[in-house]
Ligand binder design. Structure first.
Ligand SMILES: *Cc1c(COP(=O)(O)O)cnc(C)c1O
Length: 232
């Protein structure tokens, strides 16, 4: 894989993936660790959805790049960092607690904004992944605290599959997320019209995720190449 992508530009990689996926699926270019120039190259061929997983990096990039970019916060979000991203962030994928939602609601209110969010669901076997269980989501959505929010719109769910080459395991996890989504959409818990987003699928598994019902894929490595982490 790496060799194929090495020969192509980021823009070519982006276009190739975009052409290969159905039009109802949003392709988010995950630009974490990659420089401004790399983002500009993909922006120049029409990409407007970019994803970052660290608030500090997101702020630096947002300040330097065109204002019509839709920024997706896909990494774990701490309550004390919410304030800085609310003025511009398009969609927060990683909401995993009522406390975090309260803070988002408060800050969004200050900016006269209804903030689109996804609830992150724990679907993988790994201990390290963040997210809520189905039971926790139901509890959250039926709580009075949640029902009182005026500046939050829950658009759907996000999940990350186990880091494994076992196709059946990953498929089962994506299927599980899709089932939770469908059950919630049918239930009385949510204003279901705008509950329309399933964010699942990364470089290694986005085709499988789309087969299982994903409407939004988060692709980094297959567009920008592998990431370099100086301190690891
Ligand atoms: C880094 C990251 C991605 C992209 O991963 P790739 O395997 O490089 O495509 C997707 N989602 C989340 C939450 C990430 O942190």
């Amino acid at each position: 894989m790496a060799l194929i992508f090495l020969a192509m530009s980021y823009a070519d990689n982006y276009n190739t993936i975009l052409k290969s996926i159905p039009p109802h699926v949003t392709l988010i270019a995950v630009s974490k660790t990659h420089p401004i120039e790399a983002i500009e190259e993909v922006y120049a061929v029409g990409c407007r959805h970019f994803g970052e997983n660290k608030v500090q990096e997101l702020l630096l990039k947002q300040a330097k790049l065109p204002k019509d970019i839709y920024w997706h916060m896909i990494g774990h979000l701490q309550t004390n960092k919410v304030k800085s991203i609310i003025p511009f962030v398009h969609l927060i994928h990683s909401v995993d607690s009522l406390k975090l939602l309260s803070e988002i609601d408060k800050e969004a209110c200050k900016h006269n904004k209804v903030q689109d969010c996804l609830l992150q669901i724990y679907i993988a076997k790994e201990e390290t992944k963040f997210g809520l269980s189905k039971e926790e989501v139901i509890e959250l959505l039926s709580s009075q605290t949640f029902l009182d929010f005026r500046n939050i719109n829950i658009r759907g769910l996000m999940g990350m599959a186990s880091f494994t080459n076992d196709y059946e395991i990953v498929k089962g996890e994506f299927n599980n997320l899709k089932t939770i989504f469908s059950d919630l959409k049918k239930s009385e818990l949510k204003d279901s019209k705008s509950f329309d987003t399933i964010s699942m699928g990364m470089s290694g598994d986005y085709n499988l995720a789309i087969e299982q019902g994903s409407t939004m894929v988060r692709v980094g490595t297959n567009i920008f190449g592998s990431r370099y982490y100086p301190n690891r």
